[in-house]
Ligand binder design. Structure first.
Ligand code: NAP
Ligand code: SF4
Length: 674
């Protein structure tokens, strides 16, 4: 008997029965733009082998004007069909099913040629769109229908019509972006005409034996968004137009409410999808922040949907469903919703991957093959770099001994896990503990390895991490000064008024830790209130007119840096704004361009600019040093001085801008080549 009876139960769509209730949601990975179709095919085939019922590709533009950016992947011409056929054949041979997403970006397209219902510029694109005339609208419909027909010819099992997230079809639905007075604007019946017409004509063109998913925005999270009545009206019309499944979209891209970041509670929006259950008779899929089979099962058992969609969890682990079905959910590498290697890469114009699984989107380039010669391998340091190196080496058949002076594996991940909103890191630590325990690695905790301990190993990997940088500020040895390690790891008592020196990732984390009593990530009602999310049946778009109502900060915090730039500028592309907004809501004062003069009983003395002007005392009870880190290379240097050649990885290699993504990637790649 499975632990997940609902999740793993089949879903009958009429002409086809899906083997379980798990959809891999659409992700823009950048793979299709590489035009290396073998690589694209292997990415999807790997996930098909992992047992997911149905996958949706990244968004494919139906025409040049609908592309998210110039050159975005699409299915513009019959010539593209053969390329897509490579993907569908490989997926079908692997026993899977795949639908192609048709994505028209409308005014979100990063292109001067973008088109929209009305000439209303989006806040997230520099390009004002051109308003389409009636012929232009007909052309967009025809192109979307043609893309669906080509998808069918290319062997896809269906299409997903992207109607949410504020893209083209969504832009027709609300008056803010649709100011038209013709049959495509005005009344709601007119505003929803385009999405309904697209689905109707797609169904007409592809026949009955083809899956047509419509992704519908259930809660827009923007002012002047759809009302709940409008959402239900649209869902019914989409069903009548011939859709097989309704998938959920949460929030427009321009929304200033986080929807998928790690600080968003798990299954934060499944209550919205649940409201639609019973309104239509076709299956409904729910999504956002579902990342374990337990959560997926609970969502379905609670009647929130007929199926769940997860996207990023399939970057973290292609075998998510197979491992759940095998009764080994603890072996699933967890997506921690950090966005660091997926969405941050996408928005930085780089190929996606995954922090916890560097092989994601690199399946053909980073194989983990059994080693030709099994070696003895010592790994010193069981943080992210050392863990990934040790596990990969062990998987390849090497005899690995892993040393750490701490009493648990995980290294700096433990500090991250103690920060409110970063609870997902706990799951990652547990995953690593299980993975090490079930491998043939010899684990030596509470052991500070010496050069002589390492003398007999064939290969030595040093992953000893980092030490806090000494900023050399007068008075920093005083009783009112702590390091981030004292605060996050040793839970040292901290006063009511705090100055934080250094506003990198750790300075922001410490600030969050110090102003938060109870993590709203662990309390959905509190989180919704904190960000001003309302029931869309009560307030248009799900925006609470009162606005965000954060809990009062538990301390008065000032966050400082020497650089004159905006604080948090170098945080993650897709999550930095959330960290900044969260701290601003807690009245954290952010000060840049300072010189640190000294620390005394009064607090932190600073001045500004090269001339050290405008002296100011940041009155505080505690100063916390978060001034960056330096490599811990004592052991590496000792080995080198003995003529050895250890491999040095992670923070011990380069401390600057160290993060778990780089550490895990480096550890995995080294061990894959040993
Ligand atoms: P960091 O990001 O390099 O920031 C170090 C901070 O210390 C900067 O604000 C820097 O600003 C300041 N600083 C540097 N030298 C200083 C000196 N001599 N005296 C005083 N201040 C000094 O390093 P981190 O905060 O330690 O974080 C380490 C890494 O962990 C980051 O690179 C990040 O990738 C990762 N991390 C990421 C997250 C995340 O949210 N994604 C969270 C935590 C950690 P000024 O030089 O302008 O003063
Ligand atoms: Fe999840 Fe982070 Fe991996 Fe993206 S990079 S899939 S958010 S763990």
């Amino acid at each position: 008997m499975t632990q997940y009876p609902t999740l793993l139960s089949p879903l009958d769509l009429g002409h086809v029965t899906l083997p379980n209730r798990v959809l891999m949601g659409s992700m823009h990975t950048g793979l299709e733009e590489t035009k290396d179709w073998n690589r694209v095919a292997e990415f999807y085939a790997d996930r098909a082998r992992g047992g997911v019922a149905l996958m949706v590709t990244g968004g494919m533009a139906p025409n040049a004007e609908g592309g998210v950016f110039p050159g975005a992947a699409g299915l513009f011409s019959d010539d593209d069909i053969a390329n897509h056929r490579i993907v569908t054949d490989r997926v079908h041979n692997a026993g899977g099913r795949i639908a192609m997403q048709i994505l028209h970006a409308g005014r979100y397209a990063y292109s001067p040629k973008c088109v929209a219902p009305s000439a209303v510029k989006s806040p997230i694109s520099p390009f004002p769109p051109q308003e389409l005339d009636a012929d232009g609208i007909e052309k967009q419909i025809a192109d979307m229908v043609t893309a669906a027909v080509r998808a069918q010819e290319a062997g896809y099992d269906g299409v997903e019509v992207m109607g949410s997230e504020g893209y083209f079809l969504n832009q027709f639905l609300v008056e803010h972006t649709n100011r038209r007075t013709d049959e495509w604007g005005g009344s709601y019946e007119n505003r929803m005409r385009l999405p309904v017409e697209v689905v109707r004509r797609v169904r007409e063109a592809v026949g009955q034996n083809f899956i047509v998913i419509y992704r519908l925005s259930m809660i827009d999270l923007v002012p002047k968004g759809s009302t709940w009545d409008e959402v239900v009206t649209l869902a019914k019309a989409i069903e009548a137009a011939g859709a097989s499944i309704i998938n959920t979209g949460i929030g427009w891209h321009e929304a200033r409410i986080p929807t998928i970041a790690t600080s968003v509670p798990r299954r934060a929006f499944t209550w919205v999808t649940k409201k639609l259950m019973g309104e239509v008779s076709i299956p409904i899929i729910t999504s956002n922040r579902i990342n374990t089979p337990e959560v997926g099962e609970a969502v379905l058992a609670d009647g929130c949907a007929d199926m769940i969609s997860m996207a990023r969890p399939f970057l973290a682990d292609a075998d998510f469903v197979a491992k759940a079905a095998a009764g080994t959910p603890e072996k699933i590498a967890p997506c921690i919703a950090c966005n660091q290697a997926c969405l941050d890469h996408t928005f930085g114009g780089k190929l996606s991957s995954c922090l916890v699984n560097p092989r994601a989107c690199h399946e053909t380039e980073l194989p983990i093959a059994t080693a030709i010669t099994a070696k003895t391998v010592a790994v010193v340091g069981a943080g992210p770099a050392g863990l990934s190196a040790a596990l990969t080496a062990a998987e390849r058949g090497h005899a690995v001994t892993l040393f750490d002076k701490a009493d648990r594996v995980g290294g700096q991940l433990h500090m991250a896990a103690s920060v409110p909103g970063k609870e997902e890191f706990l799951g990652l630590i547990t995953y690593y503990e299980t993975a090490v325990a079930t491998s043939n690695i010899t684990l030596k905790l509470n052991t500070e390895a010496t050069a002589s301990d390492l003398a007999t190993f064939d290969e030595v990997i040093i992953a000893t991490g980092v030490l806090p940088r000494n900023p050399g500020i007068e008075g920093q040895d005083g009783p009112n000064v702590l390091s981030y390690i004292d605060v996050l790891r040793h839970k040292a008592p901290v006063g009511e008024r705090v100055a934080i020196i250094g506003a990198g990732g750790i300075g922001f984390d410490v600030a969050e830790y110090l102003v938060t009593n109870d993590s709203p990530t662990e309390n959905l009602a509190e989180w919704l209130e904190e960000w001003g999310v309302a029931d869309p049946a009560e307030h248009r778009g799900g925006i609470d007119p009162i606005g965000p109502q954060p809990e009062a900060p538990s301390r008065q915090v000032t966050l400082l840096q020497r650089k004159a730039e905006k604080l948090g500028k170098r945080l993650g592309k897709t999550t930095g704004w959330i960290h900044r907004a969260g701290l601003q809501m807690k009245n954290v004062r952010m000060v840049g361009g300072v010189n640190y003069e000294r620390i005394d009983a009064e607090g932190l003395h600073v001045s500004y600019g090269e001339a050290r002007e405008n002296p100011e005392v940041i009155a505080c009870d505690t100063v916390v040093l978060c001034a960056g880190q330096l490599s811990e290379r004592t052991l590496a240097d000792a080995l080198t001085s003995q003529g050895k050649a250890p491999h040095v990885i992670g923070g011990a290699d380069v401390a600057a801008e160290l993060d778990a993504k780089r550490a895990i990637d480096q550890g995995t790649r080294l061990a894959a080549a040993l």
